[in-house]
Design a protein around this ligand. Structure first.
Ligand code: PMV
Length: 371
């Protein structure tokens, strides 16, 4: 039997992060943070945002959120969290409420969130309605801003490793997958027995041991439907609790992580692609076998999958797909075949997209502090 070793010692609760009275603090922090695409999926959670299995992802480059956080002394003393939120330049009270709840939930880690007035402005590089999960980029951008704010006010978190670990931990509390966006290229979140430094509490960077072919991998996102998802990710995670296949699924995720890491270390793109496609279809199979059952794929999702497989067979080019918790297709391929597959993308895939919309993306360098 595998003994599950857990690094549960990290505790960021800190009653010292309180601004002394009379010292007016004001300032501004700003981060650009990317989305990521999971190769082994996190699906099913427990406790406070803890994953049922370890996941690994590519950090993306072109799908990102930019967040500016301005702060000064609290204006409205009668509220716990005092903030205004602007999304794409417009006041957004619904998002503001979500962020207030999130700030309240982490106020034992950052007590100063109850002492300040915040004006937060956020902008995505992709349309909000594009069906692209923005929680990873938006929650990681917000968490990075909070850590920068801590650093600015209290002079803490000066070491980059320490800073990112905390930012990943805080991101996880907002959205599990966001914990992985903190790191460039490739990240693992969740305890995986074969890698001691992995943890359920935060992600770790993991590109150094991975073959360089994956450091510049492409992940083009084809928008099959821009509609709002019928079942949210949090509802989907919750449905895993009573899913008959949950337990074998978590064992399978472990096995797949083992084999995927070998393929990625060796630069074996065929083995990599096979595992990643199976993993995407498993995610959707878990949705179909939940109770109530649901399907997020659309007819054009299946059509695109068939075309990708057919093209791969005929052309012998190593193009594979993955899916998020939605209908859109992510096309994965190495940089050296970029030119060869553009005609296939333009002629066969783009016509299946809603309004012909797709986002060419690739493995990226991680979040960037702005200004
Ligand atoms: O981070 P959440 O709670 O939105 O869940 C993300 C789940 C998947 O995107 C389907 C998989 C993953 O690991 O990112």
């Amino acid at each position: 039997m595998r003994i599950k070793w857990q690094n549960m010692s990290v505790d960021y609760k800190n009653s010292k992060l309180v601004i002394e009275s009379g010292i007016l603090k004001e300032g501004r922090v700003s981060w650009k943070s990317p989305s990521n695409i999971a190769l082994i999926k996190y699906w099913g959670k427990h406790g406070v945002q803890l994953p049922r299995n370890a996941s690994i992802s590519f950090t993306l480059q072109n799908a990102f959120t930019e967040t500016i956080m301005e702060y000064n002394s609290q204006k409205n003393k009668s509220v716990n969290i005092d903030l205004e939120f602007y999304f794409e330049g417009k006041s957004n009270p619904a998002f503001a409420e979500k962020i207030k709840k999130y700030f309240l939930s982490i106020s034992d880690i950052f007590p100063f969130v109850k002492q300040l007035h915040f004006t937060i402005r956020s902008h995505n590089s992709f349309p909000h309605s594009s069906g692209i999960a923005s929680s990873a980029s938006s929650m990681s951008a917000l968490s990075l801003c909070l850590c920068s704010l801590e650093s600015q006010i209290f002079g803490t978190l000066k070491n980059d490793e320490e800073f990112r670990k905390k930012a990943s931990y805080i991101s996880r509390l907002g959205s599990g997958s966001a914990s992985r966006s903190i790191y460039e290229k490739i990240a693992i979140w969740g305890h995986f027995g074969e890698i001691e430094t992995t943890s359920d509490l935060y992600a770790i960077p993991y590109y150094e041991k991975i073959h360089e072919i994956f450091h510049t991998y492409h992940d083009d996102i084809f928008i099959i439907s821009q509609g709002e998802k019928a079942v949210s990710s949090s509802a989907g995670h919750a449905l895993m609790e009573d899913n008959l296949y949950a337990s074998p699924r978590y064992q399978q995720a472990y096995q797949r992580m083992h084999h995927l890491l070998i393929a990625m270390e060796q630069g074996d793109i065929e083995r990599f692609g096979t595992i990643v496609e199976n993993e995407a279809l498993t995610l959707h199979a878990l949705m179909m076998t939940s109770s109530p059952s649901y399907i997020l794929m659309k007819p054009n999702t299946l059509e695109m999958i068939n075309r990708i497989r057919q093209f791969r067979k005929e052309s012998q080019q190593p193009v594979y797909f993955t899916l998020d918790a939605g209908p859109n297709i992510h096309l994965l391929y190495p940089d050296h075949i970029y030119d060869k597959i553009q005609p296939f993308i333009q002629n066969q895939l783009v016509p299946l997209c809603e309004n012909g919309y797709y986002i060419p993306d690739k493995v990226g360098l991680g979040p960037l502090e702005l200004e």
